[in-house]
Design a protein around this ligand. Sequence first.
Ligand code: PFF
Length: 474
Amino acid sequence: MAIATATTGDGWSSRSAFILAAIGAAVGLGNLWRFPTLAGESGGGAFVIFYIGCVVLLGLPLLLAEIFIGRAGQTDAVGSIRRVARESRVSPAWTIFGWIGALAAFLIVSFYSVVAGWVLYYAGVFAGDFVGALAAGDPFRGALAGESQEQIATRLTDLFASPGLLLAMHAAFMGGTLYIVARGVSGGIEKAATFLMPAFFVLLISITIYGAFVGDIGEAAAFLFTPDWSALKPEVMNSALGQALFSLSLGVAGIITYGSYIRQGTRLGSTALAIAFADTAVALIAGLMIFPIVFAVGLDPAAGPTLVFQTLPFAFEAMPAGALVGMLFFILVLVAAITSSISLLEVPTAWAIGELGWTRHKAALVFGIGAFLIGVACLLGYNVWADVRPLGWWSLFADTDILDTVDGFTGKIMLPLGALLTSIFIGWRADRRLLETTTGLSRPVFALWRFLLAWLCPLAVAIILVTGLFPAII
Ligand code: PFF
């Protein structure tokens, strides 16, 4: 039976449902697109090892802090923080990071849906291609047979040049997200996660095994795990830190919100561990899935953001069964993206339900449509509004298009700020007894957790924030 929470009367039906949904939130474009892109650009091993250190020392304590706030607060992020602050007898002004988080989640879902729309488009292209292969009686042929690399690359530039196509894809993706969120926690989000996440893992493992057979997994592993410490420049460390926060969905109140639907008595420490472990494992496996395929065809691992949308399609063309695997790959990314986007839209939705007393339908609709409209501006920034620089007066965003401005502003400023305030709030201000009884951690683990939150997390996150704002200093 689902536990009733203070505001929504809805909740996860079991601990494993929460874990699956939270893994669904964490595992997304960040794991399958950004992580391999960053690892590829930053020379592999040293980045990956530093990233793992960030997850263990910063991500995990923050993840537990957010789960704690949700569990203790039992309502939307702002309301949950208010309640923990009240029980800790500290100022309600701490709710500010709930506001920052809810706003950041709303902004992130707007462009996340645009990028997921590109994935949807590629899933469609590859599905069409696979159907063609079937019709031709050759289901195991390579993808996009006969197209030159240039033609394949042009598909992406053509997509970017077409506002109508981008809009249709974005609308379809946001519509799906909105539909699931409107159906509620146990009836929508949980159902989607328990159906989609197992499918995700089956696809992930299958494509990785395929890559190991047709590609060079040894070379990929060497690339991902052999550290060249000279590549570990300050900006690489900075992006590893930021990526760890983004990948674990921290700093935007998403985990607070999901945590508020947890049943009483759930072991929070091991739950946080399971989520962080799964998210990191998926990022690493994504590397071991993508790079063997890239190396097999002698392509460049450091292609940047086009790694998934251009480099991989080239590779799928040259590979046996590339049509089939290409289609499965983009379905995999799509599944990861939707379970994340629903968690993002859930944050402002839960906020309006809890703080404004709106119905779930109204809240999901208002924020879903609002985010959709901001997303439309982002996608127009690829064509008709290509010259628009929304924060052009600010040197940090002087030459940044609309989508990258929303991405940069949330990722470089709001997200680290949210994480910074979370760690200070839990590390210094929250009531110790409340923390102990809610988390149920053993004494030494509790001491370590609080120490990391009080000292290491604020320091490291403050570094991300300051160097993100003033890149010239590194
Ligand atoms: N963690 C997601 C990813 O790696 O793609 C992105 C994300 C989802 C961030 C949900 C924040 C969030 F609340």
